[in-house]
Structure formats: C-alpha cells, structure tokens
Design a protein around this ligand. Structure first.
Ligand code: F6P
Length: 551
C-alpha cells in the first residue's frame, strides 16, 4: 500500500516572550495560612455523614456540570468555608492569569524554554495558535488514516513509549464501540523483548502497518523495538519498508534516516503526555476514523473553553485541582485511586499516572526552590469491580485514607442491560460504603453467635466494622463517546495544571527520567564486557550474578 504523502509540519519558531505572571506560590498566600487554621478547626474532624445530615442540599451544593462530565463532589471532606478558602488561594495565586498565559502560548515550560499549547491541537480551524500548521497535519493524518482503513492492512502496530503510547493505548479500547471491526491495533512499548515477540507472532508483513511514534525519535526503547520490527519485516519477505512504516515525530530527519517515507509531524510545544491530540493519535484515527477523531478533539476543545471561561467556583478542572491540594497538603493523603466502572477505561489509570505523576512529581519549584510541602500523590487503580475484589479491602478498612475517583457511564455500548445495572449498582455502593461505614455496634447487632470459641463477638464485630468517612468523587458521563472521552481527558489535563500552577512547579518538563537513562547508557556495555570497575557494590554484585554461568 502506498499512502498519500502528507505535508510536513514546519518547525516552531520561538513564541514571543510573555512576561511571567509573577504569581505567588501557594504557601506564600494568606489563604494558605487560612486553610491551615481551617483544617485544625474544622478539616481534621470533618465528618461526611454529619455534613449530609446538616445540609439536605449538599449534593446540589457540591456537584458541577461541565461539558460532557457531571461531577458529584459532595462526598468529599470539605464544606462551603473550605471551598471559599481554596478559591481565595486560587485568586491569590493568580490562577486565571496563569491559565491565560498558558493558553496564550507563553513559554511557561521555562526549563526547556517552550510554550505549552496542546489546547491548540483541538481548536477549530482559524481559532488556536499555529492553526494553519495544526490543521494541515491533521487533515493529512486523517486522510492517511482513512486510506489505511480502506486498504488491505489488517494489523496496526504502534511502537512508542510513555506519551507516545499511553494515550492511544488508553483511547483505542475506550472507543471500541466506534472502532473498525476489520483492523486490530497492537501496542509495543517495553524494551523487554517479551512485549514485541508475541505481537509479531502471527502477523504478515503485507497486511501490517507499523507506526513508529516518538516525539524525539531517539528514545532507546522505541528505537530498539522499531529496529526489531524492521528486521522482522525484511526477514518475513517484506520489501516496501516505506509503505509499511510510518512516523509520528517532531524529528523528521531521524524518521527519514530510518527509512520512513511518510511522517506526520508535531511540535516542541506539545508535551509527550499531552500529545494524543497530535500525530501521536494516528492509531486512534485509524481505529475510529476521521469523523470520530474530530469528535474527540471537539470534546477536548469544549472542556478547554470551560476551563478558559467558567468562573473558578463553577470551573470543574479548577475545583478538582483545588480539592487535590486540600487533600495532599492539609489532610496529607498520599495517593488517589481511580476506579472506572467501564471496562473500556481499563488503561485510564496508567494514562493518568504519567499525566499526573510525570507532570507534578517535583520537589523543586520553577524558581529552583526546594518545596516545603508535598506535591503529586500516587495515582493508581483498576476497573472498578476488579479492584473491589483485590484492594478495596484496604480502601475500606486500611490504616490510610485514600480518596477514590469513581467514573460511571449512564448508557452502555453493549446490549446487556442487567450487567450494566450491576456495574452501576457496584459503583454507587462502593462510594456509599466508603462514606457511611459501619459502626462496631451495628456489626455486633447483626452478628450471629460466633462459631469459634477463640474469638468473642465484640472482637469479631470490630473486625467487621468500617470506619467510613472515606472521601470520593464520582464523575458521570452520559455515554463513552469520542466527544465525552475527549472532554474527560482534557478535564484531567487542566486539573493537573491547576494544582501544578498553585504549587509553583513546572508541570511540563520531566528531568526526573534523565538520570536513569544516562546510567543505563553506562551500564549497557558492561553487560557485555562484565567490567564492574567503579560501580557501587550492589550494582556490581548484580551484574556479576547476571553474567554468571547458569548453575
Ligand atoms: O519518560 C520520559 C519521556 O520523555 C516521556 O515524557 C515521553 O512521553 C516518553 O519519554 C517518550 O518520548 P518520545 O516520544 O520522545 O519517544
């Protein structure tokens, strides 16, 4: 198959210098001190059950409708006064001005001297920054995706890692209801050969398309897997590398050097973990087609507009980001669990791990000052009912409080109404159980005389009690469509931005991944030579064991 040649994206010129907003960091504000006092007086002992008893309108007071996403924030440990103080914090930190600077293309990624303009990728023609370039590449990419869908290609293999993998890998199964039934999408990311080997097994070169997705086109894992795929292609008798390997990258020259003829470019102002809207979204476009890909972009754009224009008190990404700060910095909660009650969203927790932890996992602010407070929580999770039968025990009765984010979808994309009702009932029951708990006296009243002589009834009742008062948020979508998924992802992006901006950190670099990469470069040849000179004792010992002959 010979696909049409897309126009190449031009390199970005440096965006005009926009002066910094000079916004104070959260801990330099009077609202921060106010929140500390408020936490001591009301936050520490806040009880959700009492809060609902006091305010019959609590659900209405703490729920928000944003484009495509309804959020019930009422089962969180906050009240009107907490929210007012958090809004004061946002105001003092000039959150609206900081947001506007990002949306206007200011170089807010200061450590790399880059603008942060993933929102431009989903703006309608003529509306966002760099609109001509963005829409030229988008049109070419979507035309190419349609050509692939109409061709004899049956298998698409995306080779990429991190932001060049997790977005498409999350979105493709989420939108399975919209996907071509003729095409299979595979994702290879891990440099461990156990990833690519089973994917290649059973593929035929003439019906396979490889997408080499890498912003830099230098990432070790991706380049190594791409080389394996190219060798496999040749070994299997494939001859038209240029027709069966396509690139998604900002490094057009390196892609050409690899032997790729067709490359869809993007720009340095698109961060890897914010790139599924760009050429990195090619596997999505091939799976769901051009029209649905445009709907995904439109949903994200609708959320962008909400973030850009809704007042902070009804701005959902801002509210979630503020709540994250309340939990992390005042309650001291170290993690958040994500529980999607939709199997299609099974990769959402992994996607959010990169989005949130690579963005906000920083202990130094954008001015180089060591932060005296905590930043990104650990984000983790599994599809809801699977998690219930694994780690929800700990969420209900463990010694740590872990706020949970439930995601439910009103209309299923399958015909099994009974299964859907069960999934929804489980979702509601879990957030209810976390909040309500069960006192030991209630458990005692319910318990039958114990069969075992070694444990008395009161002790058993205590083990069967639930502390309750455990917070959760529930996000509701009407259906899991390209548009609603686009809005949901953009909601998460802006929420992460909100907490990062208040913490004063640069949410758009990732220097923390570099040291390991450099040390790997030093260790790789040692695994051939066995040279352990100058290494620490542990690493030297491990290399010696790895290279020792099998017993
Ligand atoms: O893990 C570090 C990182 O740079 C991510 O930020 C990025 O998404 C990933 O590697 C892949 O990078 P690339 O797209 O350049 O291959």
């Amino acid at each position: 198959m010979t696909p049409p040649q897309p126009p190449q994206a031009a390199a970005t010129s440096a965006w005009a210098d926009v002066p910094s907003t000079g916004a104070p960091r959260c801990d330099a504000t009077t609202a921060w001190a106010g929140l500390q006092g408020h936490f001591q007086a009301h936050g520490r002992d806040f009880d959700l059950r009492e809060a609902f008893a006091r305010d019959s309108q609590r659900f209405a007071h703490f729920s928000l409708q944003s484009p495509e996403v309804f959020a019930d924030l009422s089962k969180n440990r906050w009240d009107i006064a907490t929210r007012r103080l958090l809004l004061d914090l946002a105001r003092e930190c000039q959150l609206p001005a900081q947001r506007d600077a990002m949306l206007a293309g200011a170089p807010i990624n200061t450590s790399e001297g880059r603008a942060v303009l993933h929102t431009a990728l989903r703006a309608p023609p003529g509306q966002g920054a760099h609109s001509d370039q963005v829409h030229a590449v988008l049109a070419a990419m979507l035309a190419y995706a349609e050509a692939v869908r109409a061709s004899t290609i049956t298998d698409v293999v995306n080779i990429g890692i991190g932001g060049s993998d997790l977005g498409p890998q999350m979105v493709v199964p989420a939108l399975d209801a919209y996907a071509s039934r003729r095409l299979r999408c595979h994702f290879v990311s891990n440099v461990d050969g156990h990833d690519i080997t089973p994917v290649l097994r059973g593929l035929r070169p003439e019906t396979t398309l490889f997408i080499i997705a890498s912003k830099t086109f230098t990432t070790q894992e991706t380049m190594a897997n791409a080389a394996v795929a190219r060798q496999w292609f040749v070994d299997q008798g494939g001859s038209d590398i240029g027709g069966h390997f396509v690139g998604a990258t900002t490094n057009l020259a390196a892609a050409a050097q690899f032997g790729i003829r067709t490359t869809f470019g993007f720009w340095d102002w698109v961060g890897g973990r914010y790139s599924l809207w760009s050429a990195i979204g090619l596997p999505i476009a091939i799976a769901i087609g051009a029209e649905h890909f445009r709907a995904l972009l439109a949903g994200a754009h609708a959320m962008d507009q909400h973030f850009a224009s809704a007042p902070p008190e009804s701005n959902l990404p801002m509210q979630l980001g503020l709540l994250d700060i309340w939990y992390r910095n005042f309650h001291g909660f170290g993690s958040r669990s994500v529980a999607p009650y939709h199997q299609g969203l099974r990769r959402l927790p992994a996607y959010l791990q990169q989005l949130e932890m690579e963005s906000n996992g920083k202990c130094v602010d954008a001015q180089g000052q060591v932060l005296p407070f905590a930043t990104s929580p650990v984000v983790w999770g599994e599809p809801g009912t699977n998690g219930q039968h694994a780690y929800f025990q700990m969420l209900h009765q463990g010694s740590d409080v872990v706020p949970v984010e439930f995601i439910a979808v009103r209309q299923p994309a399958h015909p099994h109404a009974d299964l859907h009702r069960k999934a929804l009932a489980n979702c509601l029951a879990q957030s209810q159980a976390l909040m309500l708990g069960k006192r030991a006296e209630e458990a005692l009243a319910e318990s039958a005389p114990t069969a075992s002589a070694s444990i008395d009834r009161l002790s058993l009742a205590r083990q069967r009690s639930f502390p309750g008062n455990r917070p959760s948020t529930t996000l509701l979508l009407d259906s899991l469509s390209p548009r609603s998924l686009g809005a949901l992802i953009a909601l998460y992006e802006h929420r992460v931005y909100t907490s990062g901006a208040l913490w004063g950190i640069n949410s758009f670099d990732q220097w923390g991944v570099e040291l390991g990469k450099a040390l790997c470069g030093d260790l790789l040849p040692r695994l051939s030579s066995g040279d352990t000179t100058g290494l620490d004792g542990s690493t030297a010992g491990l290399i010696q064991r790895l290279l020792a002959a099998s017993p």
